[in-house]
Write a protein that binds this ligand. Structure first.
Ligand SMILES: Cc1ncc(COP(=O)(O)O)c(C=O)c1O
Length: 470
């Protein structure tokens, strides 16, 4: 009989190696043996079923319907120690930065997991950020739409007006413990830029924010905020002058200043360990939301949804619900159409490639170089997406849908007028998806992560939809 190693079986079955070792220890793989310090598994052993799996909602075409996947242990299995979520993620760095990233990863695993760090971050979240943010039942909007109940997780009420501060304070605290003097960051909508500027002011650090010129014009109120907070805004003038180029420029600056500066990445993207760090600092959203929703309604929502740019607010919201019987849907930007350059719908139109030091789905031109992204929402206007989202889509646990500029704008005005809450145009994409579902469902509940408030979008919305301001 032919035997295969754990890694060979992992490829064959599509099950993580760590999970196979756990199953071997529990003696759940027929005919397996342990010889010369390694496990050997018969080539034709039946794929083990995981008895602990029940509950989560898998979409129709999910390969997990056969594999049976353990979401209770998911966080411990993904990413792998070298930063992979399946075949996505990893770290593709210039050699001189490898040491700097090792320092960040080591710092994260040791300092950020210490009781002292956790206690300090909890204090900041409670007294500085004003967490927990509430859950709100949109009674007027729900009545207007029919019988489906729509709820919001109010990240717009987090200090600074968006979810970005959850991550910025965590990373800035780590930078302080690592003895860094400066924070460097990219920003699209300016929400992350202002969050990092706030963190820099709080911790007494210098701060450089890189922002595309197109976004500076679209999100002028946030540019002013960053400046008032004492940070430098460095305009990025090449390419599409939006988020992708801001990341290029910030990364370039960091690669010269890494000895004294910390790169505060704003989304669940970038080389390992950033997708892990950002997910962990943002998961407070979903942890709070799950408990609050249960307390408020006595059950879990039928659908949980969030907008996806790089994917930080979405991953923060989704993580706590992965193991639950809840449909999870990420919403990306369809912009003005399906052609390259008209949208930022990476999950729908992207192909696998390495961008900004990690492997994921990326919008591409025919020659295989990154394509231009576009969205009304500067924070969604990025040609790539976090590797964990690409993975969750591939395994069929999370579904990704695309919403156009005009659909998002409709949601923006509807929530403002019916509930007195002005959502960020990024968050309006998730809300628009919820509205679409509510119009077609007969009953049920939808929890939307309202990732930010829309004050920053006022000038641009006035220019683009003047008839709505009369
Ligand atoms: C309010 C708001 N929501 C969502 C996003 C999208 O980012 P992410 O996908 O990382 O949550 C941004 C980005 O700037 C934002 O400002």
């Amino acid at each position: 009989m032919k035997y295969l190693s754990v890694s060979e079986m992992s490829l064959k079955w599509g099950i993580n190696e760590r999970r196979i070792r756990a199953l071997l220890k529990e003696k759940r793989i027929e005919g397996a043996k342990y010889e010369k310090h390694r496990y050997l598994i018969p080539e034709n052993a039946p794929k083990p079923l995981d008895r602990r799996v029940k509950g989560q909602r898998l979409f129709e075409d999910s390969p997990l319907k056969e594999v049976n996947f353990d979401f209770k242990n998911y966080r411990k299995q993904f990413p792998t120690p070298d930063g992979y979520f399946g075949r996505y993620g990893g770290s593709f760095l210039p050699p001189h930065l490898e040491k700097a990233f090792e320092e960040i990863y080591d710092g994260y695993l040791t300092i950020a997991k210490s009781a002292k760090f956790i206690a300090e971050l909890r204090q900041i979240r409670k007294h500085y950020q004003g967490r927990p943010t509430p859950i709100y039942h949109c009674q007027n909007l729900s009545n207007y739409l029919g019988k489906v109940q729509i709820y919001l997780k109010r990240e717009d009420l987090n200090h600074g007006g968006a979810h970005k501060l959850n991550n910025a304070m965590g990373q800035a605290l780590l930078a302080k413990y690592l003895g860094k003097k400066k924070l460097i960051a990219e920003t699209g909508a300016g929400s992350h830029g202002s969050a990092v500027a706030m963190a820099a002011a709080y911790f007494g650090l210098e701060c450089d924010i890189y922002m595309g010129e197109v976004d500076m014009e679209k999100q002028a109120p946030n540019v002013a905020r960053i400046k008032v907070l004492g940070a430098n805004v460095i305009p990025v003038k090449f390419g599409t002058k939006t988020l992708k180029e801001a990341v290029d420029a910030a990364f370039e600056a960091y690669s010269k200043e890494y000895k004294t500066a910390f790169y505060v990445l704003g989304s669940a993207v970038g080389p390992h360990p950033y997708p892990l760090i950002v997910r962990d600092f943002q998961d407070v959203i979903g942890v709070e939301a799950k408990q609050q929703f249960l307390e408020m309604t006595g059950e879990l929502p039928d659908i949980v949804t969030a907008c996806v740019g790089g994917g930080s607010n979405a991953i923060g919201m989704f993580e706590a619900f992965l193991e639950e019987p809840v449909n999870i849907v990420g919403v990306e930007a369809l912009g003005t159409g399906e052609k390259l350059g008209e949208n930022a719908a990476t999950m729908t139109f992207g192909k696998e490639m390495v961008l900004h030091g990690f492997k994921s789905l990326v919008l591409q031109k025919e020659d295989g170089t990154p394509g231009d992204a576009y969205s009304i929402a500067s924070g969604l206007d990025y040609p790539g997406v976090g590797p964990e989202h690409a993975f969750l889509r591939e395994i069929g646990r999370v579904k990704y849908e695309a919403i156009s500029d005009d659909e998002a704008a409709e949601a923006f005005f509807l929530l403002s007028r019916l509930e007195g809450i002005i959502p960020a145009i990024e968050s309006s994409h998730a809300l628009a998806y919820a509205i679409k579902c509510a119009r077609s469902m007969k009953s049920g509940s939808i929890l939307v992560n309202l990732s930010g408030r829309g004050d920053k979008d006022m000038d641009y919305m006035l220019k683009r939809y003047p008839h709505m301001f009369r």
